[in-house]
Design a protein around this ligand. Structure first.
Ligand SMILES: Cc1cc2nc3c(=O)[nH]c(=O)nc-3n(C[C@H](O)[C@H](O)[C@H](O)COP(=O)(O)O)c2cc1C
Length: 197
């Protein structure tokens, strides 16, 4: 069994809806993938699920050009795991949403990536060409926001989850699928190496 944890904060539901798509993408890899959806408020109580995860996907809205305060609190809580190298070599990735097209979402993803690097995790980017960056492109394109480091979504400030484009949900699914596939491959490779040793 491959365990994938999606740990996220969402103030107004956008990032939660995106997290559900990330989880659906991971589950689409097959029955061998077990996905835990963990709001940051539950992270302490559900710490064991994070510890046994083969991959952790971090999700935060972009607030004031970075992760939300609630996510930052979780980030600092992970220092307990850092001391013990508890998450070393786990696969990691991340996603964010914001209202503006840029909105400094890259800053948020960079914070998530640095968090993973501090833990010695192995960061997986989106692995997808940008969409909607040429004359025949459209908002229906996957990765319409054009991110590489992780997955990004844009939703207008005056709309709820209905303001999230179908293509952004699909981009999140692609991220979840990619991370679960890579985690599965890594776990299989590790088992093979252990058998051969
Ligand atoms: C405190 C706060 C700060 C925000 N800062 C930004 C920002 O820096 N850039 C941006 O584009 N949108 C910003 N927004 C909009 C949110 O990123 C956007 O509405 C996001 O989809 C919210 O996700 P959530 O519903 O999961 O909280 C901000 C919203 C709030 C409440």
């Amino acid at each position: 069994m491959v365990n994938v944890a999606v740990v996220f904060h969402s103030g107004f539901g956008h990032t939660k809806a995106l997290a559900e798509s990330v989880a659906a993408g991971a589950r689409s890899v097959g029955n061998s993938v077990n996905v835990a959806m963990i709001p940051v408020a539950e992270a302490e109580a559900r710490g064991e699920e994070l510890d046994r995860a083969d991959a952790i996907i971090f999700g935060s809205p972009t607030y004031m050009g970075g992760v939300s305060a609630e996510f930052a609190k979780f980030k600092d809580w992970t220092a307990k795991r850092w001391y013990a190298d508890a998450w070393k070599d786990k696969i990691a990735s991340g996603f964010t949403s914001s209202a503006s097209w840029s909105g400094d979402k890259l800053s948020t993803l960079n914070q998530l990536m640095v968090l993973a690097m501090q833990h010695g995790m192995v960061w997986v980017g989106l692995g997808m060409k940008p969409g909607n960056n040429h004359s025949k492109g459209s908002h229906d394109d996957l990765n319409r926001v054009g991110s590489f480091v992780g997955a990004m979504a844009q939703a207008n400030a005056d709309q709820g989850v209905e303001g999230i484009a179908t293509s952004d949900f699909a981009t999140m699914e692609a991220l979840g699928k990619r991370v679960a596939e890579i985690a599965r491959r890594q776990k299989a490779g590790t088992s093979q190496l252990a058998e051969a040793a």
